[in-house]
Ligand binder design. Structure first.
Ligand code: GUN
Length: 330
């Protein structure tokens, strides 16, 4: 407050560092001023609220657990998720393990189908047909990536849409596109739930999604459209990515390229969601966004790891419970 300022500083100019780079700002101060007063570093460096995806996901898992306990008390059965894993890719093994642990936490029965990488497409078809027909299997998940000799599109299309808990089937993507979502793609749906849990109103925001994959970027755009955002999808042919990022209220990065989104591009006060999971040469996991700089400009930002990842697993559990409930109602 003015009352705390020394007399000499009454004819002060208030400068803001938000719109420029800090070095330029300090140089400008030194050219023009006899004295530079720093109130607190918060005036110069804005720090984003770090969205704790792990905590929001745990809360969702608790709600699912409570719902399943109530089902059991009412004499109904627990949901059952079949997880198919081909080969021994270490990253896939970790993802599948996390899904099994979440099943254990919530009371969902998980059935693992760990098959050799050499499994034929016909054998995989036969297993999916068997699981489609099994009344006690509510969700079927085929962990990707699949070995090269398997046609992933054909496999995903064979899964009964009512058991497609990944939300990858063209039927479920189509339901989302026509504003009648049923089983929603886990990561994009997890992002929406995470933003809602953080008290962020999405209606009317200018949202930019970077990445247009079938599993993440495209359904993410549809989710944001459903939530009332004005959506721009950026991809490898986008002419000026920095310009799109610079005017976005909400940025969702899903390109899978470490450091693609520079912190300086981000508008002051924007919301940043980083879906990228990239392994650096030193083994560290990082997102698509330059977190160090972005977190000084954004109002909210998700970390990697500990942001969107846990939400994907939690929404998979929600979808598995929902798949059972929908089939019970059918
Ligand atoms: N591989 C990496 N993430 C996923 C996912 O969410 N679902 C499936 N099926 N495979 C994955």
């Amino acid at each position: 407050p003015d009352i705390l300022l020394p007399k000499q500083a009454r004819y002060q100019t208030t400068l803001h560092a938000e719109d420029g780079n800090i070095t330029d700002f300090l140089n400008l101060c030194q050219c023009r001023c006899d004295k530079i007063l720093f109130f607190t570093t918060n005036i110069l460096f804005m720090s984003a609220h770090i969205i704790d995806g792990k905590q929001i996901a745990n809360q969702l898992l608790e709600e699912i657990k409570t719902n399943i306990i109530q089902r059991l008390q009412a004499g109904k059965r627990a949901p059952c998720l079949a997880v198919i894993l081909l080969g021994d890719d270490p990253a896939s093994a970790i993802y599948v393990r996390n899904k099994r642990l979440a099943c254990e936490k919530t009371g969902i029965v998980s059935v693992a189908h760990n098959l050799p990488a050499s499994t034929t497409q016909e054998a995989l078809f036969a297993l999916i047909r068997q699981l489609n027909a099994d009344d006690h299997t509510d969700g079927i998940l085929v962990q990707s990536p699949l070995p090269d000799h398997i046609d992933e599109t054909e496999i995903l299309a064979l899964i009964d849409p009512a058991k497609d808990v990944d939300g990858f089937h063209p039927y479920n993507i189509g339901r989302l596109a026509v504003r009648q979502p049923l089983l929603r793609s886990c990561t994009p749906y997890g992002v929406i739930k995470m933003l809602q849990a953080s008290g962020i109103a999405l209606k009317g925001l200018d949202a930019v999604v970077v990445g247009v994959s079938n599993h993440v970027g495209r359904p993410m755009g549809l989710e944001l459209l459903l939530a009332g955002c004005t959506v721009t999808s950026c991809h490898r042919h986008t002419k000026d990515l920095a310009a799109h990022i610079g005017r976005a209220d909400l940025i969702v990065a899903a390109a899978g390229k470490a450091g693609l989104i520079k912190g300086e591009w981000i508008k002051s006060g924007a919301i940043v969601v980083d879906i990228g999971i990239n392994r650096l040469p030193d083994g560290k996991i990082t997102g698509d966004v330059d977190f160090a700089v972005a977190s000084q400009r954004a109002s909210h930002i998700t970390p990697v790891p500990g942001g969107v990842g846990p939400m994907t697993v939690a929404t998979l559990m929600e979808n598995t419970l929902k798949a059972l409930e929908l089939r019970e109602q059918a």
